[in-house]
Design a binder for this molecule. Structure first.
Ligand SMILES: NC(=O)c1ccc[n+]([C@@H]2O[C@H](COP(=O)([O-])OP(=O)(O)OC[C@H]3O[C@@H](n4cnc5c(N)ncnc54)[C@H](O)[C@@H]3O)[C@@H](O)[C@H]2O)c1
Length: 339
């Protein structure tokens, strides 16, 4: 393999006169769906005046309710006081006028529909009204930022800022550069996401599915494989992760976990020692490239059984389980000092 520093170089800047994270005073959330209103919650609770835009007034009404509920949950979990929560809610304004939303914003988080044409049209409108150096960060899950910004006059200020749902709680944001995005824009977005408590990571090349979805799918392919082979039930495969590697991965990533597991010899020792066994496992593992067509229905039956079997205190319905998940997530985030 090439050397680590060749593959992962650091950014270096020649100029110093670009918009910095500390220059960001107002944020616009474009698109007020599931991701948009969660992002707005994050921005307002970190002190930023936030304007939420959507073409549909009903979406704005719904966003207002959801932002209120998210803030109330955080108050109930002692993340901040009721007064602080009310002040956060008061920082959010709502509009279906795009010009009003972006004309004095320095940072725009776009969470509109996952469709090139819609995002390109939105960006053309944004180009007309937003300050030229305001950053445009798209929440897109799978579209290429180069393609979204293909017709933009300001493609240099556009990047992908891919969150994990719900963005106001999950710290990860994956930053993707397009072919015209400047390193300075990426650096400012990175610094800004840090300021609002996120854990941004920068993709040095555009790649389908970003980092986390690729990792998640690589693991899930093997999950499908062992359940389909009859090795274990859905419930046991979930337990094998939650009470095994998953609980460790919520604290440290796999390489750092193995660094500790290797004792004085670190990860190098793990690979020298157990590497040959791991090669054997790899040879027996799934390599197929399309999920079985009936997996969804099959898994549904297994997960229904799993929900029924859970201890009552951890929830048996999706709504109860979600409440448990939220509470546990908030506790873990407090340990990571992300809330
Ligand atoms: N849902 C997820 O788990 C998830 C996770 C990460 C990223 N994303 C990405 O976030 C973006 C939004 O996804 P979502 O799940 O919030 O979708 P959503 O359907 O809940 O919300 C989209 C919103 O965009 C609005 N909209 C429609 N046309 C518009 C226009 N022309 N201008 C502005 N707003 C418009 C809709 O009214 C709706 O409120 C997508 O790009 C998606 O890929 C979603």
């Amino acid at each position: 393999m090439s050397s680590y520093s060749d593959i992962c170089p650091k950014f270096e800047f020649e100029e110093d006169d670009y918009l910095k994270a500390t220059d960001i005073k107002k944020v616009a959330c474009i698109g007020a769906g599931v991701i948009g209103y969660s992002w707005a919650t994050n921005f307002c609770m970190k002190g930023y005046p936030t304007v939420v835009y959507d073409v549909f007034p009903a979406a704005l009404d719904n966003a207002k309710v959801k932002i209120g509920e998210y803030i109330d949950i955080l108050v109930n979990c002692d993340v901040f006081s009721k007064e602080v929560g009310e002040a956060a809610k008061a920082r959010v304004s709502y509009t279906s006028d795009l010009k009003e939303a972006v004309q004095d914003a320095q940072f725009m988080q776009e969470s509109g529909p996952e469709n090139y044409e819609i995002k390109q049209k939105l960006l053309a409108e944004i180009d007309k009204y937003a300050p030229a150096d305001a950053i445009y960060s798209s929440s897109t899950s799978g579209l290429l930022i180069s393609e979204i910004a293909k017709f933009s006059e300001h493609a240099d200020r556009c990047l992908g800022g891919h969150p994990y749902n719900p963005p106001h709680l999950i710290p990860l944001v994956e930053l993707a550069k397009g072919d015209k995005t400047t390193d300075e824009v990426v650096q400012t977005a990175y610094d800004f996401y840090k300021l609002i408590g996120k854990e941004p990571i920068i993709l040095r090349k555009e790649v389908l599915g970003f980092i986390s979805n690729r990792l998640q799918n690589a693991l899930y392919r093997e999950y499908v494989e062992i359940v389909s082979r009859g090795v274990c039930s859905i419930e046991d495969a979930d337990k094998a992760l939650v009470f095994g590697p998953g609980i460790r991965w919520g604290i440290l990533g796999p390489t750092l976990t193995w660094q500790l597991g290797g004792g004085a010899g670190g990860i190098k020792h793990i690979f020298d020692h157990i590497g040959p066994s791991m090669d054997l496992w790899l040879k027996d593992m799934a390599v197929w490239q399309e999920y079985p067509k009936d997996w969804g229905a099959f898994a549904q039956e297994g997960v229904n059984e799993e929900m029924k079997n859970r201890d009552k205190e951890f929830g048996n319905t999706p709504e109860e389980i979600k409440q448990f998940q939220n509470k546990a997530l908030i506790e873990l985030l407090k340990i990571h000092k992300k809330l």
